[in-house]
Design a protein around this ligand. Structure first.
Ligand SMILES: [Zn+2]
Length: 104
């Protein structure tokens, strides 16, 4: 049992960083929602994400904001921001508000 847990931890410690499983689960769901989207980089930290149904969202990566408001509401990275972060090589786990406070 312990060994199984350790193996799972190792496996999930890549892009999710040290996120609690429930947060990582929500982020995975968000990622599913934006599958097939296209990312346009507007400036270094600003992105426009166009979904496969033509819906557009603006991501302000440096401010941890997105026009879909999931960031504000859940403090968990939305799919748009994850796509944007991926574009510039930022780990999505570092964007999660609640879990990324200084000293935490
Ligand atoms: Zn969003």
């Amino acid at each position: 049992m312990t060994r199984w847990f350790n193996a799972r931890r190792r496996k999930s410690s890549n892009w999710r960083g040290s996120l609690p499983p429930e947060v990582a689960k929500v982020m995975k769901e968000h990622m599913e929602e934006v599958k097939g989207s296209h990312v346009n980089q507007i400036s270094s930290w600003t992105f426009e994400v166009v979904g496969k149904f033509g819906d557009r969202n603006t991501v302000l990566l440096s401010e941890k904001r997105c026009s879909c408001k999931k960031f504000d509401r859940l403090q968990i990275t939305c799919g748009h921001a994850m796509l944007a972060a991926d574009t510039v090589g930022v780990l999505p786990s570092t964007l999660v508000g609640l879990w990324n406070k200084p000293g935490a």
